[in-house]
Design a protein around this ligand. Sequence first.
Ligand SMILES: Nc1nc2c(ncn2[C@@H]2O[C@H](COP(=O)(O)OP(=O)(O)O)[C@@H](O)[C@H]2O)c(=O)[nH]1
Ligand SMILES: [Mg+2]
Length: 445
Amino acid sequence: MADVNRGGATRRAGPTLVGVATGTVDGGVAIVRVSGAGTRELVEGVLEGELAEPRRLVRRRLRLLSGFEDALVVWMPGPRSFTGEDVVELHIHAGPANVEEVVEELLARGATAAGPGDFSRRAFERGRMSLDQAEGFAALIGAQSAAQAAMARRLCGGELGRAVDGLVARVREALLYVTAVIDFPEDVAESSARGQASAVADVAAELERWLAGFEAGRRQRMVPRVVLAGPPNAGKSALFNMLLGHGRAIVASQPGTTRDYLEQPLTIDGFRCLLVDTAGLRGRVGAVEQAGIERSREQMAGADVIIWVEAADEPDADDAPPPGAAVLRVENKRDQGRRREWLGACATTGAGRQDIEGWLRQWFRGPGGDAPWVGLARHRDCAERSLSALKRARRQLEPDGELECAAVDLEEAVRHLDAIRGRGGGGAVGEAVLREVFGRLCIGK
Ligand SMILES: Nc1nc2c(ncn2[C@@H]2O[C@H](COP(=O)(O)OP(=O)(O)O)[C@@H](O)[C@H]2O)c(=O)[nH]1
Ligand SMILES: [Mg+2]
């Protein structure tokens, strides 16, 4: 292992890693990535010829035990690479045996097999990406809808990190004023510290806006379960088919037709959900239908949204949707009359479809007016902790508050924000920064 020194920070380089960078090996091409201090030497041991100039894809032959493999090779010396280390990517023919032989050859020459996330981990350690970005990459890989992918890409792009850095800078500035008054009470007027209260309140308000948008963001990231439930014969299966636009479920006049639940993906304006049709709820039925009803209850319990359906020509059902999920009440069979002040539909004509879709679209978007926040649950926790520290600091900046306490709280607020980006410390104010603020405060004027 060799010590490397980049950007002033000395780190111990790990072994040279090798791993298959493509998602699967059943495509036409597989990419084998090699990263670490020994990359060049290691790869050139397998190549016929040398690596080309950086970032240029060239054709090279790889010497394997079973013969030559024709590859496209790109050399990306650190720090301008994904991991920040020296990296080579070998584009080879896919196929498990071929890929395995190339990897084995590199392992035999001293590389170490990469584990899950190892390349990204190195990228993070070398400052090539922050923790929130790494979380974005994971979210992008796991994205199942265009809306999810869009949110994940914003995280990958560093949008959250930049916003966090903006807030950190503002809190640090307030902290500098407070620290200056604490350290130099003779020279710096106390009012310059107390005057930071409004700046701190502004940052707190911004964090509150972020947190308010968390639920909206969460809904856009998930694939919610939308469950049709209600008494038998209300037209749940007919509405299920209507929303899907095709006849997936059996619709029949005989009550208790749907015995098991059915689920189908449904996309409304790029928002993807799973639409679930269930057996109708009613008492005193045969064993099979009873089993179906049990499943309906399970589906309702796990629902994000319940579309509760009753028919306009039937009295109110004995059952009601359980608490927990959001509930849209729909009165179907409006062609037969009107009994309830619910959203009306007629599955046989398709009436009410747009209203139901509109309601769902609104729910997918999230709480009214709150701009969706890209932050994930961990970021929310950090933001919440930072917010409460800021609120405490804000109180200590009042005329009767303790400035020392305010400083501690502001440092804590910074620490929690830094944790979003994966930075550990961040509370201490260095001498250089103090000099900067003293210049601004005109000490010893
Ligand atoms: N008149 C009328 N009949 C409907 C409507 N929707 C469904 N039905 C009929 O009601 C019966 C039960 O429908 P179904 O979807 O199987 O109900 P489910 O038990 O709730 O799934 C079938 O005969 C459907 O044709 C509607 O809007 N108007
Ligand atoms: Mg049904």
